[in-house]
Design a protein. Structure first.
Ligand code: CA
Ligand code: CA
Length: 162
């Protein structure tokens, strides 16, 4: 074919094949609040993951073009970088245990950002709240009854009074 036609054909091919979408990357980071009280200190992932019984962070990302991305990251790494199509992404992170089961008493955290072609977009550091007193595996009031075994929790995993 004449050389001058090649760029036009390439552009048409790019429109026809979704795989030609330009890629960028997002990087999401996390840390922890040390406890549930006001003004609590922020802990690094290396410290907080173990203290709060979190082994993995489940990352779920969607963009406004219905692209999606999911990964289960090692909690103590404190961050993950993922290659995704350029676009406007919303990322949520959830805490999971060693069996990769989500920990419902730790609230999901979310952040949004625009991922550009060929660039790594650093998203805000997400701070995970600690487990409430009634699901932290600790006998907080030292009456010998741990978590839901303590009637102070009234059977509520999200209870904060033990
Ligand atoms: Ca407890
Ligand atoms: Ca107790």
């Amino acid at each position: 074919m004449p050389r001058s036609l090649a760029p036009g054909l390439c552009a048409m091919a790019a429109l026809a094949i979704a795989g030609c979408t330009q890629n960028g990357s997002y990087r999401v980071s996390w840390n922890f609040l040390a406890d549930a009280g006001p003004g609590a200190a922020v802990q690094s992932a290396a410290e907080g993951c173990g203290q709060h019984g979190v082994d993995a962070i489940f990352v779920t990302a969607v963009d406004t073009s219905a692209d999606g991305d999911q990964v289960l990251a090692i909690c103590t790494l404190g961050q993950v970088t993922r290659s995704v199509p350029a676009g406007n992404w919303t990322i949520q992170i959830q805490a999971a245990d060693a069996q990769a089961t989500l920990i419902p008493s730790i609230a999901t955290q979310m952040v949004s950002g625009v991922v550009g072609d060929g660039a790594v977009t650093e998203l805000a550091v997400l701070t995970l709240p600690p487990r409430p007193a009634c699901s932290d595996g600790i006998d907080n009031d030292r009456d010998g009854l741990v978590d839901l075994a303590d009637p102070d929790c009234a059977g509520d995993l999200r209870g904060i009074h033990e």
